[in-house]
Write a protein that binds this ligand. Structure first.
Ligand code: DAH
Length: 349
């Protein structure tokens, strides 16, 4: 009787397991045979009615059936799972030949580009590019640059004070000269430039901005003179604007340099012939500079009888305006992407 049942189940099993192509059907079969009331499960529970000497064989046969089912189940499940996965992958596949949506590409700000060019020139001459704080102490912004409290030279730089008279937004990058010398602790040579934001209480217009970019430079060594400064300025402007650009010095006055000069270059707009940009002089003033004042050296720990140096400072906007033929300084700060794009394209041509 039992053998008959075995054969029946085996037969139905073989019948059922043919051509299963659906996970749901497969699962129903699992319940039919191995569920709580499944055919194999029930057969197994009949073991209690089997005479003792047949129990072992009976058990083995039930297990055979179970194994047969499980082996089948596993292989079909794997095949169907794989097929389902393939189908999903196919459905979700991306057609890489389709044109994509255009993602706008960023570009460096033109001011940043000019600053980088200046940095490259000075790096190639062995200078370091250094940083200094924008929130500065009066001591570094003025006093140690030989501009004591109450000195009229302070008025020219209408300063944003933050706390009393001691803490301010730097009105120039020159305080970084002082900081660099103090850090240098008397060691030479010092060769540094410092590009950075500066602030003045100016009303914004085409040529003024309350915040602008200055690039400061300082060199300290032995026997440094104005002619070293002249050579350095020549290299800078020829590299920036072309070999035919000349530089000239005009006497000037700064508290922290003696002598002081203004550096002019031949107008890059008219190549020195005279135009509106250079007010028909053929020259434009681009840099303030000079030989570092002995007081400044002394206050920062450099003996002026032994060491000497030159320093300079200029506005990066000025150079960028000349380079890109911009006539309004606000162009740099109004964040108008259309303008940025125009300049970016021009640069690529
Ligand atoms: N700090 C000056 C200014 O803002 C520019 C300048 C002039 C810097 C002469 C210097 C210098 O280092 O030697 O107008």
């Amino acid at each position: 009787m039992e053998n008959k049942k075995f054969d029946e189940i085996k037969k139905s099993l073989e019948e059922d397991l043919k051509d299963v192509e659906d996970l749901k059907v497969l699962d129903d079969l699992r319940i039919k045979y191995l569920g709580k009331k499944g055919l194999i499960t029930e057969l197994n529970s009949e073991i209690k009615n089997v005479p003792n000497e047949e129990k072992k064989e009976f058990g083995m046969k039930v297990n055979e059936l179970k194994d047969q089912f499980n082996t089948f189940y596993d292989s079909v499940k794997e095949r169907l799972d794989q097929a389902a996965l393939n189908e999903r992958l196919e459905k979700e596949a991306i057609d890489i030949s389709l044109p994509s949506t255009k993602v706008p590409v960023g570009a460096p700000h033109i001011l940043e580009k000019v600053i980088e060019e200046v940095e490259e020139v000075f790096l190639s001459m062995g200078y370091d590019v250094v940083d200094g704080p924008e929130i500065e102490e009066d001591k570094y912004n003025f006093e140690m640059l030989n501009i004591p409290k109450g000195h009229p030279a302070r008025d020219a730089q209408d300063t944003f004070y933050i706390e009393g008279e001691e803490i301010l937004l730097r009105s120039q990058t020159s305080p970084v000269q002082v900081r660099t010398m103090l850090k240098g602790e008397g060691k030479v040579p010092i060769r540094m430039i410092c590009p950075g934001k500066t602030y003045r209480r100016d009303d914004d217009d085409a040529s003024h901005s309350h915040q602008f970019m200055q690039i400061e430079g300082l060199l300290v060594d032995k026997n440094i003179s104005l002619s070293d400064l002249k050579g350095t300025m020549d290299v800078l402007f020829k590299r920036l604007f072309g070999k035919d650009v000349e530089t000239r010095f005009r006497p000037s006055y700064y508290q922290f340099t003696e002598p002081s000069v203004e550096v002019d270059i031949t107008c890059v707009n008219c190549h020195g012939k005279g135009c509106n940009v250079c007010k028909h002089t053929g020259w434009v003033t681009v840099v303030g500079a000079g030989v570092v004042h002995p007081n400044v050296l002394r206050m920062s720990g450099y003996d002026p009888d032994v060491w000497s140096g030159f320093a300079f400072g200029f506005g990066a906007e000025r150079l960028a305006m000349m380079k890109y033929d911009i006539n309004d300084i606000r162009t740099f700060y109004n964040a108008d992407l259309r303008e940025a794009k125009v300049f970016d394209r021009e640069d690529e041509e």
